[in-house]
Unconditional design. Structure first.
Length: 460
């Protein structure tokens, strides 16, 4: 018995000639099963690389806009693997009369997956003697991901018998893949001051001024449970907003309604969809004719994604690293300078402490953090590993420099510093007044990818 097996792979036909001699029924059945499995696996592999693409075609409303001819579409994609994907016949996917004047035709077509569309070409398949024409208004192509291309043609496609009339159309607009509702959410924290009668009963409105210019004001009160904007209160609002990458300023105001409408606003903190935190200090009364303020960021801090929280600190002194002395995990273990070795004594975790501040935890032991000895705010105070966190001497802020490095400032006011800027192995780490020298410059190395990333902290 001789069996021919045809396999189509990337449009290439492969013919395999199988010989079987003196086979029994079980062997024949086994061979057929193997062939079926090969066929099914090939079919699945081909379908995996394809997607259903939605086409919407708008025919014009001019006189004689429709046509009895068929329409074909070619999609010219971009990238290294530039391909031309064909939809040879539109009418076959449409019930009833297709491409009539003023009609909107919709259908799905299975195509190989592609990244982006450079342009499309549309033509009439002319099979009737004489001149034929069709007025194409718009074609909308939507990928399975939701990315949508709009092609505004607004022109006649004219062809002669057996000669296709071809029109090339570039995209008029491209709409990116739609986001989930959660991806539009921002967080707003409003801090009312502790002055006498600082709270307000008025309605408070917030406007975000982004790189997309000014948005529409939205009211905050209905989004807060209970009494809003009371003295010394922190009110939290989560709401959706148009996507933005940079927040230039905000405008916050109230409508002077109600008794005691005057309001002492301390600050507003806005966290963007990407986790970027903007702090707007106000510390002023909003009342009467001065019931609104335009505020600019006093600080900006990018949230660190969880996968980036394990870091090392490379000093500006001889490119050596912040290191826990001898990898010890006892209380009062000093921090010192040491060449890079990739060990856990040089790995740390950044844990949010409060707005703009982080705790720095050693990777050696879960509850061991960087402390300033005796909570001193004076220069020359040593930095050690100690159990626990929460006090001011365990909170650190990161101030970005123009060269990409950071000054690491304690909440007590002094800065992490290499003693006397010595490059010697084992040089102690202590605190010093700000000077911006190499001994105070640290590059944050994100160890998940063994590469440097910009951890952004900007003041002013």
């Amino acid at each position: 018995m001789t069996i021919y097996l045809n396999i189509y792979f990337h449009k290439l036909r492969i013919v395999i000639k199988l010989y079987t001699m003196k086979t029994n029924h079980f062997e024949k059945f086994s061979l057929i099963c193997i062939i079926c499995l090969i066929f099914l696996s090939t079919l699945c592999a081909q379908k995996k690389n394809k997607e259903y693409v939605k086409f919407t075609i708008y025919t014009g409303e001019e006189i004689n806009s429709g046509t009895d001819m068929d329409l074909s579409i070619k999609i010219h994609t971009t990238g290294k693997n530039h391909n031309v994907l064909k939809v040879p016949s539109v009418s076959r996917f449409i019930d009833g009369n297709a491409l009539e004047r003023g009609d909107v035709e919709k259908f799905n077509y299975l195509l190989p997956k592609f990244a982006d569309i450079h342009h499309i070409s549309v033509s009439l398949n002319n099979t009737i003697p004489g001149w034929n024409k069709y007025y194409l208004k718009t074609i909308i192509i939507t990928q399975a991901s939701g990315k949508t291309y709009t092609f505004n043609a607004n022109c006649w496609i004219v062809g002669k018998y057996k000669e296709d009339g071809v029109v090339k159309i570039n995209p008029s607009s491209v709409t990116p893949k739609p986001l989930n509702k959660e991806e539009y959410m921002i967080d707003v924290k409003v801090v009312t001051g502790n002055k006498r009668n600082a709270g307000t009963n008025a309605n408070v409105f917030l406007t975000l001024n982004t790189e997309n210019k000014s948005g529409a004001p939205f009211i905050l009160n209905p989004k807060i449970n209970g009494n809003a904007f009371e003295s010394e209160n922190i009110d939290l609002v989560t709401t959706h907003h148009q996507l933005f990458s940079d927040l230039k300023s905000i405008n916050i105001r109230h409508d002077n309604e109600g008794v005691n409408s005057g309001w002492y606003l301390e600050k507003v903190v806005v966290t963007s969809q990407k986790g970027k935190m903007y702090t707007f200090d106000c510390n002023c009364w909003l009342e009467g004719d001065n019931n609104g303020q335009t505020l600019y960021p006093s600080s900006t801090l990018e949230a660190i994604p969880p996968k980036f929280k394990k870091v090392s600190f490379e000093s500006g002194v001889a490119n050596k690293y912040l290191d826990v002395q001898w990898g010890n995990t006892e209380n009062n273990t000093p921090l010192h300078l040491w060449p890079k070795n990739g060990g856990r004594a040089q790995l740390f975790h950044l844990e949010p402490a409060e707005e703009n501040y982080f705790h720095i935890r050693s990777d050696l032991k879960r509850d061991m953090y960087l402390h300033i000895v005796e909570g001193s705010n004076q220069p020359k105070a040593l930095v050690v590993l100690w159990e626990g966190k929460g006090r001011e001497n365990t909170k650190w802020a990161f101030e970005k420099q123009t060269n990409g490095s950071y000054l690491i400032r304690s909440k007590l006011g002094t800065y992490l510093d290499v003693q006397w800027a010595s490059p010697k192995d084992g040089t102690p780490i202590w605190m010093w007044s700000k000077n911006g020298g190499n001994a105070q410059q640290w590059k944050i190395i994100y160890n998940n990818y063994n590469s440097r990333h910009n951890y952004v902290r900007r003041r002013g």
